[in-house]
Design a protein around this ligand. Sequence first.
Ligand code: GAL
Length: 633
Amino acid sequence: MKPTLGVCYYPEHWPEEMWADDAARMVETGLTWVRIGEFAWSRMEPDPGDLQLDWLDRAIETLGSAGLKVILGTPTATPPRWMLDKHPDMLAVDAEGRPRKFGSRRHYCFSHQGYLEDCRRITRILAKRYGRNPHIQAWQTDNEYGCHDTTISYSDAAREAFRDWLAQRYQSPDVLNRAWGNVFWSMEYRDFNDIELPNLTVTEPNPAHVMAFRRFASDQVVRFNRAQVDIIRRHSDAPILHNYMGRVTDFDHFDVGADLDIASWDSYPIGFLSDRLGADEAQKKRFLKQGDPDFQAFHHDLYRAVGRGRWWVMEQQPGPVNWAPWNPAPLPGMARLWAWEAFAHGAETVCYFRWRQAPFAQEQMHAGLLRPDSQAAPALAEAAQVAREIEQLPDTDPAQADVAIVFDYASQWAWEIQPQGADFDYFALVFDTYRALRRLGLNVDFLPPDSGDLSPYRAVFIPGAVTLKSGLLEALATYDGLAVLGPRTNSKTDEMAIRLPLPPDLPGLDATVSLVESLPPGAEMPLAEGGANTRWFEALEGATDVVETTDDGRPYLVREGNLLYLAGWPDDTAFARITARVCKEAGLSTVEMPGGLRQRLTAGHRFLFNYNAVPVTHDGITIPAAGVHWQAQ
Ligand code: GAL
């Protein structure tokens, strides 16, 4: 596969006289794609029903006839001000009961039926008008669902829709009461219409209630997205994408992805390092101008799974952003490295965000490929270099990964609702597992929680998955690779109750978690073979083989046949040892990657990415700071 490059562009921000030059310059840079339209509703329809699309026709024609393929975004993340006059109650409401105001973006509640109808209407207008336009080669629905904490809303519309959702799921209040255990604290309901949203309760609401609400909120995103997809498909054969984000887990991306043709995500490595990863100060300092060496790859691999093999980076950081606590400029070379790393993980396309830095409004401090005065910003030359290199490189077809991790959005919600220890975080646990495997030089795939086929992998890790689905349990029963489960895996029912028989309740593994404890920072438990357990520990009973113990002799990693269970959260040292031990036993060849250097194998090449600010020598090859190296293999 030959990957391609693109850019995000806002014709409505610039005088029309500039469009043709911009388009020519994009083509000259070697860009193939241009994404437009996703925030332009107030220019498409300045007054209700007054459609002004001639400018968009001309923009598409100008860009398309210059040779660019256009991705058209539906503008539903930015309803114009008049929409609020039409639907005064369409705003999302925060947990304190306050409506979120107009004046930025994403000011809508997913459950508002009237706004959904208007989204259908504008989508239909665009799909009919441009569905067969040869320049429109892809569609984007909305923009970054969930961004700015917008998945969850405590509005009246959400409450009504939640009651309907509950009635459909449980059929009768008695069934719901039993499922949730509402006899506790006399929380029993006599009518679905008595059930409130789980905010503003005196103390914590029932975890089953919150879990139902989180599932509902996720389903509302799916429904909202599907409404647009169904319309676009009727009028266009072009693929439909959505641009997801980094570390956003409030809705089930696999469920949304099932309705789309291609997944994409917005990658801001330097912003994410300082504001989304929870990295320690040393890590932040070391990778200040590069981003974390595993965060991008993690999402590339996750979104490859969400897109069932097809995925893009829809927005790639080109220079300093405006929204992190501090916004350093990338090291020279990083705008190239990030693109190549995405391609090596199978991205079909990487689009830089954005073409020209806007001198006005919220993102005026956010770099583009061009400065506000249209001079080249540093990333322009790097994008052009990537475009030239794509021509020289034969392909980036994927190689089969040998190891996989199951990722389950519902587990993130479960552990947010009931963390038990303040720093128990599902995403962080999965990320630590992923990092440990990447440090061994392995290609890693992610699998959805209902995966029924594990056979392509020699080892599968299922950390923290709250409730194992029947398909995955069946797949485990016939799997002949090594499966590593725990901590907390399969510890709850679908309704957030403790399983009986006690967890992990896995056929073929005679181990029972008899007690769990959470541990504050500083209470690490040394392990017999080195390193320590952190944050979480489970006492295990049963007759399984003990592979590793704590320093004081308690089982830590146990095994029966090809099933292993991990009773806690290892620190870096212990994770490195345990993953290496499992991979060795599974017959995988691993390497110990030098710090900040990562590799990725494609069908024909081995890629090395140096996230360090200094050159690194590995296997006799010296890779410069922020450098990329590839060789045929
Ligand atoms: C993304 C968003 C873009 C832009 C960008 C700035 O989250 O989709 O519209 O705001 O961030 O970094």
